[in-house]
Design a protein around this ligand. Structure first.
Ligand code: SF4
Length: 120
């Protein structure tokens, strides 16, 4: 605010992003799939991709041998994106509607936007 500067900080580590930023936009294949204020991600994120990223954040008390849930499925080519949800091929909640129709980014609560048919 003092210098009137805006920074854009890009990373896959959502824990770090949450610490560094005031606003968090989660992108998948060039699409913003969730947008919310920092400090709300761990408790309030809704999009399956955001949840998968949060599940990949290493905890300080991580124990060797503790199970890590990998994100399964194929990533579509960014040059030939499918017509529906860009995350459909990797989402465990995917339906035929998701495959056919791309979800719009919608405000699900004040300052919190999600692009997912589960929250239409
Ligand atoms: S729109 Fe469907 S495929 Fe896409 S993230 Fe939501 S539930 Fe999964």
């Amino acid at each position: 605010k003092e210098k009137n500067i805006t920074y854009l900080f890009i990373a896959h580590d959502l824990g770090l992003v949450d610490l560094m930023c005031h606003q968090v936009a989660v992108m998948y294949l060039g699409n913003v799939v969730e947008w919310l204020e920092h400090g709300r991600i761990a408790e309030q994120c809704k999009h399956p991709y955001t949840k998968a990223l949060m599940g990949a954040v290493f905890k300080v008390d991580f124990k060797p041998g503790e199970k890590i849930e990998p994100l399964e499925g194929e990533i579509p080519s960014p040059l030939d994106l499918p017509p529906g949800c860009p995350f459909a091929s990797r989402c465990e909640h995917c339906t035929e509607h998701c495959v056919q129709v791309k979800p719009e980014l919608k405000e699900v609560e004040h300052g919190h936007w999600v692009a997912c048919h589960m929250f239409d």
